[in-house]
Write a protein that binds this ligand. Structure first.
Ligand code: MRU
Length: 353
């Protein structure tokens, strides 16, 4: 199937006993699903970014646990337990920054612990049901977030986004792009400016594709053009997703987000962060404590078969950066909008249902 014939983006789906995931490394040139049957294979898919985006990674990890339980349920009691422990470990080691991965694994672990007295096959089926519920819940949460966030966007708003926080980064609808989708569904005329998002090009390849599919007007820019457009009054709001929010409201997101936030502040443009409450990590005091993934040098020295940098050059490739809470106009969550997030506000939000 070509990527222009896709009717509905199902980032992950359960199909005939397997997990299938859209291969996000090759979009938009190729639209294909890859099939997964074990925790190790899912962990590799997360590491290699077949699936990416914090909530989608969490969903994939939940299915990774369920797949392993289904695969191992003929094993003897202690072998089953050991192999399941191995599955949790391999999935937890796949990517470090998005807390949704650890949130989903924690939830699967809790469910597994509650099943200890049951036969392995029953455990496996209950774990699969839990993974399905995590996926369904993610879509519900994104829709709720979309409704809260849509109210912040004026009719006609030109909204800049960085990376991809869309349906492809979640189980569906998206976080930042979910807010945009909900605003469009509410009848607002919204146009999107997509930063290309070097080096993996999530903006150019994924955000632009999602918006084109839905006929939401989208303009692609390279990352270094954002300041110019803002200085000319061509951006009304910025909305991004996040991989982890610290207890004080500092936000980890795709590398380059901090730059956009500083520019937005300079030009008095609201900077919104859309995230499910599962992305808020109250155990980390501030952004300095959030682990930042460093990826391979090849992502910076070239793209696919094309190498543009000299062999031997030193390279840095941090995949995320930290935007201090003071630059965040508001966090948009499924429980409501938190203006100028800080420890007090996030503590109150955690207590709210
Ligand atoms: O490296 P990626 O593509 O997994 O990074 C994704 C992002 O930074 C997203 O903005 C974030 O996960 C939020 S997705 C709803």
């Amino acid at each position: 199937m070509t990527s222009s014939q896709v009717e509905r983006v199902e980032t992950l789906r359960w199909c005939n006993g397997y997990l299938e995931m859209i291969d996000q490394r090759v979009l938009p040139a190729v639209f294909r699903y890859l099939r997964y049957d074990s925790a190790e294979a899912v962990a590799q898919g997360i590491r290699e970014m077949v699936v990416r985006g914090a909530p989608a990674i969490g969903c994939a990890a939940a299915y990774g646990v369920a797949l392993e339980a289904l695969r191992q349920c003929e094993a003897s009691g202690s072998d089953f337990t050991d192999r399941m422990a191995g599955a949790f470990n391999v999935l937890a080691a796949s990517r470090p920054t998005a807390v949704n991965l650890f949130w989903a694994l924690g939830r699967m672990r809790k469910r597994w612990d509650s099943l200890a007295s049951q036969p392995a096959a029953a455990q496996a089926h209950a774990l699969l049901a839990e993974a399905h519920e995590i996926l369904a819940e993610d879509i519900r949460v994104n829709r709720a977030m979309g409704e809260h966030g849509a109210a912040l966007l004026a009719d006609g708003a030109r909204v800049l986004t960085h990376c991809n926080a869309g349906a492809l980064a979640t189980a569906g609808h998206g976080t930042a792009l979910g807010v945009i989708r909900s605003a469009v569904e509410a009848g607002k005329r919204i146009s999107v400016i997509a930063d290309e998002t070097r080096p993996f090009l999530q903006g150019a390849r994924l955000t632009a594709w999602e918006m084109v599919q839905e006929r939401i007007p989208v303009t692609l820019i390279t990352d270094n053009m954002a300041g110019f457009l803002m200085s000319r009054g061509e951006v009304d709001a910025v909305i991004v997703g996040t991989d982890r929010v610290a207890a004080n409201g500092d936000v980890a997101n795709k590398i380059g987000t901090y730059m956009v936030a500083v520019l937005a502040h300079r030009h008095r443009i609201p900077f919104y962060v859309a995230c499910p409450t599962s992305t808020i990590d109250m155990s980390i005091a501030d952004g300095a404590g959030i682990p930042i993934e460093e990826r391979s040098r090849e992502e910076v020295t070239g793209f696919r078969d094309c190498q543009w940098a000299a062999d031997g050059v030193l390279v840095r490739n941090p995949a995320f950066d930290i935007t201090p809470a003071e630059l965040v106009t508001a966090l948009i969550t499924e429980r409501g909008v938190v203006h100028q997030p800080n420890l007090e506000q996030l503590t109150a939000l955690a207590a709210r249902r």
